[in-house]
Ligand binder design. Structure first.
Ligand code: G3P
Length: 221
């Protein structure tokens, strides 16, 4: 499973990329708004992210109509070869995706909340779909079920569209997504950080250190 980092924060991206576990980054208007004042403009922020990640970086178009989305996408795609344009799941969005796939501009259809929406997105030629599982859980729908459904549908018809499991809220979401076989999980920094930890690992390190301390003079190297 590929791991994308769901953030626009440069420090967080640098920190996780150094560990060699990050395949890409997803941003959205909320996440880029949090970085306000750190860069002269959005292009500069996105270009910096692309230089660090050197993998797919999603940036979201905010126009409502296909023409506007395509125009934003064309501008974004000039920033870096790693750009993936996030397009909202609307009829105009799908129209734009069809045009963009003809122009070789990669797309990620976002705000997906049903298997049918994912099916239509794949039909329109999206490279990625982003079902938001946490927001479904928030309203008492089992978010992970649509990941299983979309995975089955895409396998049945050999769609090349990749599933990005989005709106991940805790480490167990990642385990469940990986068990289903989703291609990508986009993970917020704090959730990814929790995935490294286990209390038995910390206790084990302390115990090994304490035991070696007792013999360190004898075993000096
Ligand atoms: O990638 C989409 C994701 O950022 C949405 O997450 O937590 O705002 O539902 P959330």
């Amino acid at each position: 499973m590929k791991i994308f980092l769901d953030t626009a924060n440069i420090e967080q991206i640098k920190q996780m990329c150094e560990l060699g576990i990050v395949d890409g980054v997803t941003t959205n208007p909320t996440l880029v708004a949090k970085e306000k004042g750190k860069f002269n403009n959005l292009s500069e922020l996105i270009s910096t992210i692309c230089d660090i990640v050197k993998g797919p970086v999603s940036v979201e178009a905010i126009s409502d109509d296909a023409e506007g989305i395509v125009s934003e996408a064309e501008k974004f795609s000039k920033i870096s070869k790693y750009i993936v344009v996030k397009v909202p799941m609307t009829k105009e969005g799908l129209k734009a995706v069809k045009i963009l796939s003809g122009k070789n501009i990669k797309t990620n259809i976002t705000l997906i909340f049903s298997a049918n929406q994912a099916l239509l997105a794949a039909k329109a030629g999206a490279d990625y779909v982003s079902p938001f599982i946490g927001r479904l859980d928030d309203i008492s729908h089992e978010g992970m079920q649509i990941i299983a459904d979309i995975h089955e549908i895409f396998s049945n018809y050999a769609f090349n569209t990749e599933i990005i499991v989005a709106s991940i809220r805790h480490p167990l979401h990642v385990v469940e997504a990986a068990k289903i076989g989703a291609g990508v999980a986009t993970i917020p920094f704090d959730v990814l950080d929790k995935m490294f930890r286990h209390p038995l690992t910390d206790m084990g390190i302390e115990k090994f250190k304490a035991d070696f301390e007792k013999v360190k003079e004898e075993y000096k190297i």
